[in-house]
Write a protein that binds this ligand. Structure first.
Ligand code: FE
Length: 339
């Protein structure tokens, strides 16, 4: 109790400080992206424009509630977060203003845009397996993970996590709800253990032989690939990587994205910031800092792990479409027992 009270009080203080600074040389960002490397992304914007960035970090749900509670007086200009399903929830709650920008229309591919929020980087949900326990040809599609030959081999994080819900959303869009549910049931049948921990925990469990295969976001793997710690090197050496669904709908892609808050006091600065995020320089920060792929395909990246992961066929479904299916995915994952 005491901890959450302190946290909320600090949040309130930070927001009060924001409100006092609302003017055209200030931008208030509510961020649910927690990557240290993003500091450089924001600092560079201030350097280029002279616009001061105030950032309120929080959990997604907390920030959404905050904006709703603050109502018309909210100092929030921008919400930046990860995962298409989460962005869609914010949009469904009516928090975003429409985005009209020729720059963004030109820079960001159409499948990574919606009318009210834009994706600025992508991450793939790929399959990693233990090379001494699982053959590459057994794990070429998401569907393969439900095959009985992988009984007792699958480790994966909770079915309620947005990363899996967005994957479920893509599955539904390309195949059907019925097939997605059958897949989830097969996956649960193959669990090595009840879902626990994040993607990195699954990668470590697969490398340790506790399970044979998992589904992970690409940047967690890339982070281990770039680590100098001997224990991380050992994990990477034990793993094989498969790009799922290369012969069919492509590997599922999720995104980081942002929208402008409907009540934003600094709308012009907010638009300037979104356009900045699509610039070559900002796009390179996403790639080199957090091991994500830039949304702007022409941007050159300098990231040995992404280079080593190589080329693959990504799913090109619209991010808005898969996000809309996430609620259906949650229901059928629940029915299938993927907790
Ligand atoms: Fe993550």
């Amino acid at each position: 109790m005491a901890t959450s009270f302190t946290r909320l009080s600090m949040l309130a203080l930070a927001v009060m400080a924001f409100a006092a600074q609302a003017d055209d040389k200030t931008l208030n960002i509510y961020s649910a992206r927690h990557y240290q490397t993003d500091e450089a992304l924001y600092a560079n914007f201030t350097k280029l424009t002279g616009i001061k960035v105030n950032r309120l970090d929080g959990k997604e749900d907390e920030l959404l509630e905050r904006i709703k509670t603050e109502g018309a007086k909210s100092p929030a200009d921008i919400l930046i977060t990860v995962d298409a399903a989460r962005l869609e929830i914010a949009d469904q709650a009516g928090l975003f203003a429409p985005i009209q920008s020729k720059v963004l229309d030109k820079r960001i591919p159409a499948n990574l845009r919606t009318p009210n929020w834009i994706a600025f980087s992508t991450r793939a949900r790929l399959i990693a397996y233990n090379k001494s326990a699982v053959k590459a040809e057994w794990v070429q599609t998401y569907g393969d993970l439900a095959h009985p030959r992988l009984k007792g081999q699958v480790c994966v994080r909770s079915g309620s996590h947005p990363y899996n819900l967005s994957l479920g959303g893509a599955f539904i869009a390309h195949q059907s709800e019925q097939q997605a549910e059958a897949w989830a049931r097969g996956l649960v049948q193959n669990f090595a253990r009840s879902p626990k921990g994040g993607d990195t925990d699954q990668l470590k469990a697969v490398a340790a032989g506790e399970c044979g295969v998992t589904i992970t976001n690409s940047y967690y793997l890339a982070r281990l690939m770039r680590s100098n710690k001997p224990e991380d090197r050992k994990v990477v050496e034990a793993l094989g990587v498969a790009w799922p669904n290369q012969q069919t709908w492509g590997t599922h892609i999720n995104v980081s994205g942002a929208g402008i808050i409907k009540t934003a006091p600094n709308k012009a600065a907010a638009m300037q910031f979104l356009e900045y995020l699509s610039s070559d320089q900002a796009q390179a920060y996403f790639a080199d800092g957090n091991n994500e792929w830039p949304a702007v395909a022409s941007v050159k990246i300098d990231n040995p792990a992404l280079t080593a992961l190589g080329q693959f066929k990504p799913d090109t479904i619209g991010v808005g479409e898969l996000a809309k299916n996430a609620a259906k995915a949650q229901k059928l994952f629940d029915r299938a027992g993927w907790r």
